[in-house]
Design a binder for this molecule. Structure first.
Ligand SMILES: N[C@@H](CCC(=O)N[C@@H](CS)C(=O)NCC(=O)O)C(=O)O
Length: 144
């Protein structure tokens, strides 16, 4: 069991990216706190105090003193893979750092995911799923 608290809204894309990594690693999360972004819980003072960016996901890992607070789903995913992944290189989610070709191909795929795939897919999810739902709950919100 890890010493990690995960702050998340499991329904939305950035947290789901992280949940996939957690699943692949078989990692046991000590505490999962759901933060309902459709109710703007991520903008509450107690959450902003932990993550001033006012977004999910983020983690607190109490393995360290002081605990590690980390935002950004991709940074968290890489941290978890590094810190909690298999020591067997063939089972690792990350490339062997001494293999420059493997690292280059990993960075290429990571850039494509961020710059090409996510740039479109995230906007699509926002327009087709999130915006209609939030506007039905909060019709006067100035979201475009
Ligand atoms: N680049 C950040 C983006 C975080 C982000 O924007 N998360 C969304 C959910 S997918 C969120 O919390 N949105 C609410 C808001 O920004 O007000 C990451 O990958 O973690």
């Amino acid at each position: 069991m890890s010493q990690i608290t995960l702050f998340t809204d499991s329904r939305v894309p950035c947290p789901q990216r992280l949940l996939l990594t957690i699943h692949e690693l078989g990692l046991q999360i000590k505490d999962i706190r759901e933060v309902d972004i459709s109710k703007f819980e991520h903008k509450r003072p107690e959450i902003l105090e932990l993550n001033p960016f006012g977004a999910v996901p983020f983690i607190r890992d109490e393995t360290y003193d002081p605990p590690l607070m980390l935002t950004e789903s991709r940074a968290i995913a890489r941290y978890l893979a590094q810190a909690y992944g298999s020591s067997d290189a063939s089972a690792s989610l990350l490339p062997d750092p001494t293999n420059v070709v493997a690292v280059a191909k990993f960075e290429e795929a990571a850039s494509i995911e961020l710059a090409s795939f996510d740039a479109c897919a995230n906007q699509l999810v926002f327009e087709e799923l999130f915006k209609p739902y939030v506007l039905s709950e909060h019709p006067t919100l100035p979201i475009q």
